[in-house]
Ligand binder design. Structure first.
Ligand code: CTP
Ligand code: MG
Length: 234
């Protein structure tokens, strides 16, 4: 049984609103994707598959030699994150066996601490289902009226307050056996924004492994400075 990483990197980064796709924006002089690959390109991961948009011209213009041949680009990204991960998984099945572990990691999480990766692998390697890094919600959580988009509405009002004690924020990596994950993503219905939710639709309960706030998902323009400052402290 082996361990592989798969990084979906075929998004456009609409919320960050930059001229180039988010994964290529520079952090400390290197593309964000370089840092995210670096977070997972270590033992015991054998190969890091990077799923790119079919027309991606940027990947080939950067230097990935720091990873010594461990990185394998797959130009089969799809219209949603789920499609990108499933297409990448299908392409990787030439070398990945159904029983092998796959760690799916966002290109947009360049600050994943090594200790978090180790904790995930330690705890999930002995799990029947698989699991993910996640963070207990720290803030009080409000639910607003259905269909209200806080970014564009003039006025947003609270409908109720959620019980945050049972709420966790899903991070990546999310670690599942390749065969189970491919089946889950293929069968998934509706909006699927992470691998665990597809596995949940099979009636399974992925294991939560404690993550950390350092594993920020770079989403909005102000996240770039936070990510850069954390990378600078390493
Ligand atoms: N992703 C992907 N294929 C898609 C959409 C997203 O591979 N069709 C990847 C992104 O490149 C990113 C990860 O999924 O590494 C998490 O997605 P997100 O942070 O939402 O990135 P974007 O979709 O690019 O950003 P936005 O939602 O703001 O447009
Ligand atoms: Mg997105």
């Amino acid at each position: 049984m082996s361990y592989f990483a798969l990084i979906p990197a075929a998004g456009s980064g609409s919320r960050i609103g930059a001229a180039s796709p988010k994964q290529y924006l520079p952090l400390l002089g290197k593309p964000m994707l370089h840092h995210s690959i670096g977070c997972v390109a270590r033992a015991p991961i054998e190969t890091v598959f990077v799923v790119l948009a079919p027309g991606d011209a940027a990947f080939a213009q950067h230097d990935w030699s720091a990873f010594g041949g461990k990185v394998e680009p797959l130009y089969c990204g799809g219209g949603t994150r789920r499609d990108s991960v499933l297409n990448g998984l299908v392409a990787a099945m030439d070398v990945v066996d159904a029983d092998d572990w796959v760690l799916v990691h966002d290109a947009a999480r360049p600050c994943l601490p090594h200790a978090d990766l180790e904790r995930l692998i330690d705890e999930v390697s002995v799990d029947e289902v698989g699991g993910l890094l996640a963070l207990a919600v720290a803030e009080t959580v409000k639910r607003v009226a259905l269909g209200v988009d806080a970014a564009v509405a003039d006025e947003v009002r609270v409908e109720c307050t959620e019980d945050r004690s049972r709420l966790w924020l899903a991070q990546t990596p999310q670690m599942f056996r390749a065969g189970l994950l491919a089946q889950a993503l293929r069968d998934a219905r509706g909006v699927v924004t992470d691998e665990a939710s597809a596995v949940e639709m099979l009636g399974l309960h992925p294991r939560i492994v404690r993550g950390s706030r350092r594993n920020l998902k770079v989403t909005f323009p102000e996240d770039m400075a936070i990510a850069e400052s954390m990378l600078g402290q390493e």
